[in-house]
Write a protein that binds this ligand. Sequence first.
Ligand code: BGC
Length: 549
Amino acid sequence: MTALGNPSADSGAAWWRGAAIFQVYIRSFADGNGDGIGDLAGVRSRLPYLRDLGINAIWFTPWYPSPMDDGGYDVADFRDIEPAFGTLAEAEALIGEAHALGIRVIIDIVPNHCSDLHRWFKAALAAGPGSPERDRFWFRPGQGEDGSEPPNDWQSRFGGPAWTRVTEPDGTPGEWFLHLYSSRQPDFNWDNPEIRAEFEDILKFWFDRGVDGFRIDVADGLVKDPALPNLADSGTISPFSDQDGLHDIYRSWRKIADSYPGERSLVAEMWLDDMSRAARYLRKDELHSAFNFDFLVCPWDEAKFRTVIENTVAAHAEVGAPAAWVLSNHDVTRPVTRYGRAGDTGFAFADRLHGTPVDRELGTRRSRAAALLAMSLPGGLYIYQGEELGLWEIEDIPDDLRQDPVFARTKGADPGRDGCRVPIPWSGTESPFGFSPDGAEGEPWLPQPESWVDYTAEAEGNDPASMLSLYRSGLALRASESALGDGKLEWHEHLDGVLSFTRDPGFACLVNFSAEPVPLPDHEKVLLASAELKDGLLPPDTAVWLRTR
Ligand code: BGC
C-alpha cells in the first residue's frame, strides 16, 4: 500500500459540515483506455478540472468488481476494483493524487445487498436450506402447497416481486431469497453477526487506504423486521426501512470512523417521510450527514422551497448536524429537464413525467437559480457530474441500449435512469466529445446527442455565460465568503414570490419565483447573479447573491 497523504488529517476541522462534494459516476465520467467505459485512468486525467471547479471532495459511486446489473450497485467483492475501471493500485494512486490537490475522497458502500456473484451468495446457493451460508441472506420457503408463491407481498423497488426462487443443489425448485432491488442483488441479513463484522472490516480496509468517508447506499434499509410481515399487515411502520436496530450499526461505524485521524465522514442515502426521524441518524455518535431529497424533488414554488428549507434546518438543528443539499444524482431526472417540465418532482416513475414536453430554456434558467440557492444554504452541497454543464435528461435512448434493470423489470413501462448517465462531453465537435481518447475503438456505452457540442467542458469553459462558469464562480465565492458553507440563515420578507435570506456576515441571497422583475433590497455589491439583472431589477426565475455591508 502506498502512503497516502490525507488533507483532512492536517486541519482536523469538520470539513464535511460545509463541503462541496462532486459525484463521479465512474463509467460515464471519462474513459482513459478507449473502451467506451469510464475508468479510473479517466478520472485521474480530469482531476485538474475538478480542482479548478472548486470542489472539496469527490464521491465515487461503486468502483468494486461487479457484473454491472445495477451500474455497480451489485458488488461482487467489496475489497477490490472493477477490472473495467482499473486496479486497486490505481485507486490508491488516485486517492493520493486527489489529496495532493486538496480534494478529499468519499466512496460508496453498499451494505444492504451484494451481487449474485459475490462469493457468499454463491456459497449460500451451493450449501442449501438451513445452512449457515444461507443465514447471511434472507432465504425462506415459498407459500402454497408446492412453495411456488413468494414468502410475502414485498415488491422490488425496481418492479416485480422482491423474492426470487432458487433451484436447489439437487435440481429441485427450492427456497426464495429476498432482494429489495434486482434479482441479482440479494439482501444481506444484518441480524447475522458475520455481516456486521464483515462490513466493519471493509470500512477499515478503505479507511486504511486513505478514503475520507463513505456514502452509505440504502442506509435506511439494512435491518428488516425478522418476522418479514406482509406489507399489507404492517400498518405505518415499514418492515424494511428505519428499523430501530439500525442505530446500533451506525454507532459502531462512527466509532471506526472516529478512530482514524482527520474527520472521516459518513453520509447516508436515506429518504424518510418524517425528517425528524431521519435526523435521529445524525446524532453526535451516529452518521455525519444525509442527503436532502425533499429539496431535490421540490417543485419550482417559493412557498414549497421555503417549507423544505425551514423543515430541514429545524430538523438538523435538533441534533446539531449540517444539512446536505442535493439537486441531482444518478437516479433522478436531470434538473434542466425537471425544472423545464412543470410538476416533475420525484424518483417514482409516476412523478417523473418522462417524455412529456420540456421547456429547456426555462429549465436551464431555473437550474441556474437553484444552483446559487443550493450553494448559499447552510451546510454541505452535492453536485452530480454534468449538472455543472447544464446537461439535460436524454430521453430518447433506444430501448436495446438501455441498461438500467428498472427498464427490464417494469417490462419497459419505466425507461429507468440511463438518461442521466450518458457519458460526459469534454471537448471537440462530435461524439465521443473527448470522453474517450482520440482514435478510441469503443463507442461511449450510451450514445451522446450531437447537440452536446455546445455543452462540452471545453466550450463552456470559454464562455463566461455558461453553466460551468456560473458553477465555478459560485463555488469560488462559496469558498471565499465566510458567511457561506456551515452556519445559520435568517429569513427576510422581501416581496411576494421572492425567497430571501441573509447569512452573517453581510450576505444575502434572493430567488425570484414570481412572474415579474423585482427590485433588490439595500446592498453594497452584487456578488453574482444567475441571469443578467435588467435596470437593477431581479428577473423572474433568477437568483442573486448580495454583499449587504
Ligand atoms: C442507488 C441506486 C441503486 C440502489 C440499489 C440506490 O439508492 O443510488 O443507484 O440502484 O441504491 O443499490
